[in-house]
Design a binder for this molecule. Structure first.
Ligand code: F6R
Length: 356
């Protein structure tokens, strides 16, 4: 019989209880985020790239846990991005792509067919290519074509290599002239993340923000709402809740949500248990902050809970990574509360296999 909501939320989230469910120790990779940020910088350096000029900006081609790095890097650059930084998440590049765009092909496994198609498309166009991968077909092709490869260590779930993908995108943006270099911001952010791992990690208090939120979300369908800088983080939370906790979760953004989805909430509780999480950040527009308060008020009767989560840190790099870490931990804790091993994503593997 399924556990009742109160049974779920009463469970402890200490290292032993987590280890009992987290069979492959995904927690170690999530808590390793600060170290991954530092190591990722070295990995980019090891590719020995010298700066070049791409007046058309940068496209990050990649899917899922690999593609999100481009969106997070763009959020970190914010107003400091001087050229377009866009994502390609399908079989090919946007029609307007020209040879003066850098195409960063990001695939942890190196075998994702959509990313391989973008790699070929960028080559056919004569666009400058850079690859970030742990191996696979993408590494083979890049080596044969003389395309630089930023290496990523093997042995992770692709979504756990988020720091590697994000740092690679940020550094390549700097190298091709789409934004400033952010090396020292990354060092500061890694130190800041270390403190947050202590506060929010398994050894942290049972009433830490991460564990409290996991208990609040574990028996509902979470809807995560970002805005501006936090928009891709809302998507990251959604996908981590999907893949780690194996539950449906959705992401939306303000102010857009107030022009459509807010109406749908009028009947939410008659369909399912929905909870809403809103992100607040130093860069959130003041009118969006007012909208968060009002939207919460207007949907609260239909929700199992509504929550506002503030980013932590000073620079955009720190703030973005703080919320990425929190979402990764929350999704892992929700998995543990639900008794679900957070690591395997069998249905993704099955689908990829059936397409072969
Ligand atoms: C699995 C995961 C997926 C993959 C995606 C693309 O942990 O997060 O979203 O990232 O299926 O695969 P890669 O990253 O190998 O190109």
């Amino acid at each position: 019989m399924a556990a009742s909501p109160s049974e779920l939320t009463e469970q402890r989230l200490d290292p032993e209880s987590i280890a009992a469910v987290d069979a492959s120790d995904l927690l170690a990779d999530v808590a390793g985020l600060p170290e991954h940020v530092r190591d990722a910088k070295w990995k980019v350096e090891s590719a020995q790239l010298t700066p070049w000029d791409s007046p058309g900006g940068m496209i990050v081609a990649g899917m899922g846990g690999s593609g999100i790095g481009g969106l997070l890097a763009r959020a970190m650059l914010g107003d400091h991005a001087s050229r377009p930084i866009l994502a390609a998440r399908t079989y090919g590049l946007p029609a307007w792509t020209t040879p003066d765009v850098t195409v960063l092909c990001a695939s942890y496994s190196g075998n994702t067919e959509e990313t391989l198609a973008c790699y070929e498309a960028a080559g056919a166009l004569g666009a400058r290519r850079v690859v970030v991968t742990s191996g696979g077909r993408l590494a083979e092709l890049a080596r044969a074509d003389g395309v630089p490869v930023i290496p990523v260590a093997g042995g992770f779930q692709p979504r756990a290599a988020v720091a590697y993908m994000t740092v690679a995108a940020l550094e390549v943006a700097g190298l091709c002239g789409a934004g400033p270099r952010m090396g020292s911001e990354l060092d500061v952010a890694a130190d800041h993340l270390e403190q947050l791992v202590v506060e929010w990690g398994a050894e942290g208090a049972e009433d830490s923000q991460s564990k409290t939120l996991a208990r609040a979300l574990c028996d509902s369908v979470p809807v995560i709402v970002g805005s501006g800088v936090t928009q891709p983080i809302a998507y990251r939370w959604k996908t981590q809740l999907n893949e780690n906790a194996k539950i449906p979760a959705f992401a939306h953004e303000l102010p857009e949500m107030d022009h459509n989805e807010i109406v749908g909430w009028q009947n939410a509780s008659s369909l399912a248990r929905f909870a809403a999480v809103f992100f607040d950040d130093a860069d959130t527009h003041p009118r969006v902050q007012e909208r968060i308060a009002l939207t919460r008020e207007l949907i609260s009767e239909q929700a199992t809970g509504t929550f506002v989560v503030a980013s932590r840190g000073v620079t955009a790099v720190e703030r973005v990574l703080s919320l990425v870490l929190l979402g990764d931990l929350v999704s892992l804790y929700v998995a543990v509360l639900r008794g679900v091993d957070p690591t395997p994503v069998d249905v993704i593997e099955e689908l990829k296999g059936r397409l072969d």
